[in-house]
Design a protein around this ligand. Structure first.
Ligand code: Q46
Ligand code: ZN
Ligand code: ZN
Length: 307
């Protein structure tokens, strides 16, 4: 297999794009495409301050590397979840995020759950009904809450996450199976800040497969955490990804078509009524002042105040 651009030996073949590339051209192609998508989907401009949610994994570090190479001003935010039983997931991922920032002289903000809130995610999950069995629900809502709070307090215009195509398609697949129309109406590569106190959220890597992002991170020599969070084992999302990978194997491009067709349907107004309802139903938390769909206190304040 030869590189489409220079005819040297290709190191990656992207069947869904009918495109093979050598290392050098692949490492140029990825940021070029990211810049194109940032512009196409109107994610942010060069004048805006970007905060990247950094987990220490390949996606968020690859995103930070790409935005740095493209000359966008961006800081990182790492949230120490305190998931340290077994493989020391949080400790290792925090060290890798820090090392990445230090070697490139980038600014990394850190929020440590234990230091800031007095409890780790597994501890909060253990004492709340919401977290019974698995801490993912508590973890997800805490991360969303903290990311928005730090972005807003720091005066950032936009919060970028490293979600890739496989992540997005797995979520869409799950929502479609259950016909979760309100979730589908909110799923997008760009979520505008349509309520006071919200920060725009963007996913600049949403058109790249997990394999492409992993290849980019490896070829750039990025040191990231290879292990998944131990709580991800057996998750629905991983199960959906396996099914979708089987489909992609037989029909390359299926994932991208599924996701882009969904975006097209949204653009044509398929979920317009539901999107409007979501905006109208946002309130302000009576305790912390952050936007919430709940009336009274937001879910985060409720789990933190519940003894
Ligand atoms: S970090 Fe948190 Fe994930 Fe771990 S506890 Fe679950 S939600 S699996 S992205
Ligand atoms: Zn080449
Ligand atoms: Zn609150």
């Amino acid at each position: 297999m030869k590189c489409r651009k220079c005819c040297q030996k290709a190191i990656i073949n992207m069947r869904q794009h009918r495109l093979a590339m050598c290392k050098e051209h692949f490492l140029d192609w990825v940021p070029e495409q990211v810049e194109r998508f940032i512009h196409k989907y109107q994610m942010f401009s060069r004048q805006e301050q970007i905060l990247i949610a950094v987990s220490g994994g390949k996606d968020s570090l690859a995103l930070w590397d790409i935005l740095f190479r493209l000359g966008f001003e961006s800081d990182g935010l790492y949230i120490g979840l305190g998931i340290d039983e077994g493989i020391h997931y949080s400790e290792k991922s925090g060290q890798l995020a820090e090392a990445f920032a230090n070697t490139r002289k980038l600014r990394l903000l850190t929020v440590n759950m234990r230091d800031e809130y007095g409890e780790t995610i597994p501890q909060i999950a253990d004492r709340t009904t919401r977290g019974q069995g698995k801490p993912c629900s508590v973890c997800g809502l805490s991360k969303r809450y903290i990311m928005n709070r730090i972005a807003r307090q720091g005066g950032y215009h936009v919060l970028a996450t490293g979600h890739n195509l496989d992540d997005e398609v797995a979520v869409l697949f799950g929502n479609t199976l259950n016909w979760e129309v309100s979730f589908m109406s909110r799923q997008s590569p760009v979520l505008e800040a349509n309520h006071p106190g919200l920060v725009r959220k963007v996913k600049p890597l949403f058109r790249f497969s997990e394999r492409e992002v992993a290849a980019y991170a490896l070829l750039r020599g990025i040191d990231y955490i290879y292990e998944e969070c131990p709580h991800a084992v057996g998750s629905k999302s991983i199960f959906y990804k396996e099914i979708l990978n089987r489909m992609e194997e037989k029909r390359p491009g299926s994932k991208l078509i599924f996701y882009l067709s969904f975006l097209k349907a949204k653009e044509n107004g398929l979920f317009a009524n539901h999107a409007q309802e979501q905006v109208l139903s946002l309130n302000t938390c009576s305790s912390c002042g952050q936007p919430t769909t709940a009336s009274g206190e937001c879910s985060f304040c409720r789990i933190m105040l519940k003894q």
